[in-house]
Design a binder for this molecule. Structure first.
Ligand SMILES: C[S@@+](CC[C@H](N)C(=O)[O-])C[C@H]1O[C@@H](n2cnc3c(N)ncnc32)[C@H](O)[C@@H]1O
Length: 988
């Protein structure tokens, strides 16, 4: 059997190789057009597989010689190849060695971090270099460095060209910041600064982010994952923050954090964004990652470091501070800057650089807003049939960022030239500062759309009642995955409240496939109908049983790994959109369907491109399941209950605490745009990126190609003569020819790292629109009154270029961290002299050097052992603790999560009187019965159920107590005894 599987995999790989060769051969244009050049350079950098280990030439010369890389993103069977390769390796490898790979893989990010932090790739820029020379230039001990680099070479990230001689390849060369090594050594804190338009250092920033905060946070998943552990998360006192480890001092802080600690103890677990693995790793419970990046809890430490500096205070130029120590410095600023660069450069999936980092290339391609433009009638059935909407229909882009998606949709479906207006109209809703940025971006690129009222920005908090009640479509693009189920459900409920019968909901998010064949939604089977016979299972059009046939894993295994990496990154509490994503998640189709249904939306269709995990999910309004107790409160026949999001929620509202918690984690007024694009795609860019479309189609009508037929069912809405005035649509201007991309694989000497002066816009669109008269928002015709008042613009972001990095503050923070880790908590806040830098670092101030130094320092101090991060394996394990821990592990986790209300399961929907079209265990018709009167069970929204049950002293309290006991006992196995409190009982 194993051989049959191996042979099948072998055949798959062989076939894939044939396809690759064919595509490769046919893709060699004699005189490549600008578009070709663009496409090829795109794939050349980002679609590259690891170089052949047997290749003797350097990666870069490979490129230059052929002018082509492996196939572009739409090459067939790419994922089969990756999936097949991974599966074959797992099949043939000795199981224990596979376990070793998985268990000790942590060394890979560790070594990668050294590579990036010490600028090794820049050292290797001009060709292979002996490790002796690399060590001399980076200040790392040669023997250690050789081992680090060899591990990377073993994983195809570097190449050992000769004994102890290392070379970069196509993978590691992505980490090249593009800056001269001497500049990096002199000003390491400027590594991630853009040079002109170039985001060359984005991948370096991404690697730094992943191998530092994300990597460390991931190590604490176990500590944070058990329900009830939130109370054990070390609180963020200044000392614990600087220690970067657990002090176990929970709930004692007198600042606002103590409130959060109390909340954490009483709110459903698993959804606290400030008790995520990140908080365990850095000992800062109660502070969101984003707040931590911005320096929350660091003020005192930073100021002290500043005061204890060597008189350079006034020179520090600390941006956030620097004013003679009056304004606190943010010692985490280096990380903050790095995060911003990593997001801006790689987070904009499908961006000019291809969104290299977050996903497999095919995934990125379809993750882009452009994929929404594919109509359902297109071959691949991607997106939504926008052309079927009546003219003048309103599309609401909820949490729409600066409107990238609407921009592309408007490119295709708004008609600024039509007599009396026409096409679709758009409302882009987001938080105040994002709306402000969006308006600016649109003003610069296509003011006509704002001036005509075809596109309108609106400040709106999606947890408050939705002001647009006549929407044809609500789009939520990559929004829901930022939020735990309970919050995602509330967002959907607000939309459901405002939906008309014809309103559609379009969700654009990853749809995580199961790792097995999944019949869910395919509508092939019959399901039991509540003891009344059987009925055909409800269907979700487009639901797939699997991504690949056997013997490949149904979800393509390793080829799909990036979506699962992203999912777990969110769980660690330092997810991609960190201001909100703590404990957010990607979802499976089952989870999406159940979530939507719990808020009165029935999913009818999911569309994905072949090989992509990014889906567009279309849902229609159905009745909302109402928990009986809430129905009574809503009164007067309202179909909607109080979802608890209004300020008037009051003390009776079980979710108030949760919202405060999320507020603390998410409302970072100065910088709420993380995770959102901060630049608007131009039409030219959209065409360049999506012009070929999937399968060679143009995604939207341009030039001679007529727009898709639009049924005119509604009178034109735009009647103002001014609006009728004919003018060339900004969207009908031909795109400027694309400049040929330089070969990104070859190293280009960068003569100056200084940002170039801003260029005058050169595209016809940009030239024209930049001179267009500005109109204020108030001059525009509102579509609907917004209940959300426009707020004052926030203070300048610390991410702003006006806030240059303070190299010293970053250094100070890291040194402080090392110090504090080596001190007992009682001494940690005592001012201590700044430690002497490592001799090798004195000249360079490599941003990571202090980290390296810190590591050495820590290592050195280790024998004077001080509170260490909570370890799942305490040095002294009492017998009972071990037993309790074991018992806890046997408790069904799904049951605990259900009780805590942190997830919505199909059974919860059913308990609320709803029906879940789940394969094999539910029936999918008759959704009108969701509002059945007289049902007494709890519901999907009963977030505070467990607490109330306990308060009422009903039967469940016993199991809740058991759970608490188990949690306490488990605590003693993962935290130092003095930190555990009640948990120490387990040590009797
Ligand atoms: C990941 S971005 C997605 C942006 C956009 N939909 C896109 O596809 O590019 C999430 C957006 O949600 C916005 N957001 C977060 N909390 C919000 C709230 N309470 N109300 C409205 N928008 C919010 C953020 O500002 C951000 O722009």
């Amino acid at each position: 059997m194993t051989f049959a599987v191996l042979r099948a995999l072998h055949t798959l790989l062989g076939d894939a190789l044939n396809d690759i060769e064919a595509v490769y051969a046919s893709a060699q244009p004699q005189n490549p057009s600008p578009t070709h050049r663009k496409t090829n350079s795109f794939s050349r950098v980002y679609a590259s597989p690891p170089p052949s280990p047997s290749s003797s030439s350097t990666a870069t010369s490979n490129f230059s010689a052929s002018g082509l890389d492996f196939p572009s993103l739409d090459a067939p069977d790419k994922s089969h190849r990756c999936g097949g390769g991974g599966q074959m390796a797992a099949t043939v490898q000795v199981p224990f060695l596979t376990l070793c790979d998985a268990s000790m893989g942590y060394h890979l990010p560790s070594c990668l971090r050294v590579l990036e932090a010490a600028h090794v790739v820049e050292v290797l820029r001009d060709g292979p270099v002996h490790v002796k020379e690399i060590a001399a230039r980076t200040g790392i001990e040669q023997a250690k460095l050789a081992h680090v680099l060899r591990l990377l070479a073993t994983h195809h990230i570097l190449r050992e060209a000769a004994p102890d001689v290392f070379a970069a390849n196509r993978i590691s060369s992505l980490i090249d910041s593009g800056k001269p090594l001497r500049d990096l050594l002199a000003n390491p804190e400027r590594k991630y600064e853009s040079i002109g338009d170039s985001d060359a250092s984005a991948v370096a920033a991404f690697v730094g982010l992943c191998t530092d905060e994300l990597f460390k946070s991931s190590a604490y998943l176990t500590e944070a994952i058990f329900p009830g552990n939130a109370r054990l998360c070390p609180a963020s006192t200044p000392s614990s923050l600087s220690a970067g480890s657990s002090t176990g001092d929970s709930g004692t802080s007198s600042n606002s954090l103590s409130k959060s600690t109390n909340n954490a103890a009483s709110t459903p677990t698993g959804s606290d964004p400030t008790r995520a693995p990140f908080n365990y790793a850095f000992g800062c419970g109660g502070v969101g990652y984003f707040a931590w990046l911005e320096g929350e809890g660091w003020a005192e430490e930073g100021r002290r470091a500043e005061d204890e500096g060597n008189g350079e205070k006034s020179k520090a130029g600390s941006g956030g501070g620097g004013g003679g120590g009056k304004t606190p410095t943010n010692p985490n600023r280096f990380r903050l800057e790095r995060f911003g660069k990593a997001m801006a450069g790689t987070g904009e999936l499908g961006g000019a650089r291809g969104g290299v980092a977050w996903c497999v290339p095919a995934l990125c391609y379809l993750f882009s807003p452009g994929s929404l433009l594919f109509r359902i009638t297109d071959d691949h059935g991607i997106g939504f049939d926008w052309a079927s909407l009546p003219r003048g229909s309103v599309v609401v882009d909820v949490g729409g960022g600066i409107g990238s998606t609407s921009m592309l949709l408007a490119s295709a479906y708004a008609d600024v030239d039509a007599e009396g207006g026409g096409g679709l109209r758009f409302v882009i809703q987001d938080r105040p500062v994002v709306v402000e940025m969006g308006e600016k971006a649109w003003r610069a690129k296509c003011p006509e759309l704002l001036d005509t009222g075809i596109v309108r920005f609106q400040v709106h908090d999606f947890f408050t009642p939705q002001p647009v009640t006549d929407a044809a479509v609500f789009i939520l693009r990559v929004v829901l995955h930022d939020w735990p189920d309970a919050f995602a459900q509330r967002i959907l409920l607000r939309l459901r409240e405002a939906a008309a019968p014809h309103t559609k909901l379009v969700l654009a998010d990853f749809v995580l496939p199961l790792a097995c064949v999944d019949d869910f939604g395919v509508g092939e089977g019959e399901v039991e109908k509540g003891g009344q016979g059987r009925e055909q299972e409800s269907q979700v059009e487009g639901a797939e049983k699997m991504l690949a046939p056997a013997p490949l894993l149904a979800n393509l295994g390793k080829a799909s790994a990036n979506a699962y990496w992203m999912d777990l990154t969110k769980l660690t509490g330092v997810g991609i959109k960190m201001q909100v994503t703590f404990n957010g998640q990607e979802r499976t189709l089952r989870e999406i369907v159940a979530l939507a249904l719990s808020a009165g939306w029935k999913v009818v269709r999911v569309t994905k491109a072949p090989g992509s995990l990014f889906g567009h999910i279309v849902a229609v309004p159905v009745a909302v399941p109402v928990p009986p107790q809430r129905r009574a409160r809503a009164g007067s026949g309202s179909a909607f209950f109080d979802v608890g999001m209004s300020a008037a929620g009051g003390a009776e509202n079980a979710e108030t605490g949760e919202m405060e918690m999320v507020e603390r984690a998410s409302s970072r007024c100065g910088t709420p745009t993380f995770g959102s694009r901060v630049d608007l795609p131009s039409v030219a860019e959209a065409r360049a990126r999506f012009g070929g479309g999937i399968g060679g189609r143009r995604p939207f009508a341009t030039g001679s190609r007529a727009p898709p037929p639009v049924p005119l069912k509604q009178a034109p809405l735009l009647t103002s003569p001014a609006l009728r005035k004919k003018k060339p649509s900004p969207l009908s201007v031909a795109p400027p020819p694309l400049a040929p991309s330089p070969n990104p694989s070859s190293y280009r000497p960068v003569t100056s790292p200084r940002p170039q002066p801003a260029q005058q816009p050169t595209s016809p669109i940009a030239r024209r629109t930049s001179q267009a008269p500005l109109r204020t928002q108030s001059q525009q015709q509102p579509l609907a009154p917004s209940p959300v008042p426009r707020q004052a613009p926030p203070p300048p972001s610390p991410m702003s270029p006006r806030n240059p990095l303070s190299r010293r503050s970053s250094y100070a923070h890291l040194s402080q961290t090392a110090q504090s880790q080596s001190q007992p908590p009682s001494q940690a806040s005592t001012p201590t002299p700044t430690p002497q830098p490592h001799p090798l670092n004195t000249l360079r101030h490599v941003p990571s050097s202090p980290v390296l130094k810190q590591t050495q320092h820590q290592h050195h101090q280790h024998s004077h052992s001080q509170p260490s991060p909570p370890s799942p394996v305490p040095s002294r394990i009492p017998a009972l603790t071990r037993r309790a821990s074991h018992a806890q592990l046997q408790l069904p986790q799904t049951e605990l999560r259900k009780r805590s209300g942190s997830i919505i399961t199909p059974s919860m929907v059913r308990a609320a009187g709803g029906e879940v079209p789940a394969a094999g265990n539910a029936h999918g018709h008759g959704l009108g019965s969701l509002l059945l009167p007289g049902r007494t069970s709890g519901g999907a929204l009963d977030f505070g159920a467990r607490r109330r049950r306990r308060e009422n002293g009903d039967g469940d309290s016993e199991s809740a107590d058991v759970e608490d006991e188990l949690v306490s006992r488990r605590a003693s196995s993962i935290l130092p005894p003095r930190a555990v409190g009640a948990g120490s009982r387990g040590a009797d």
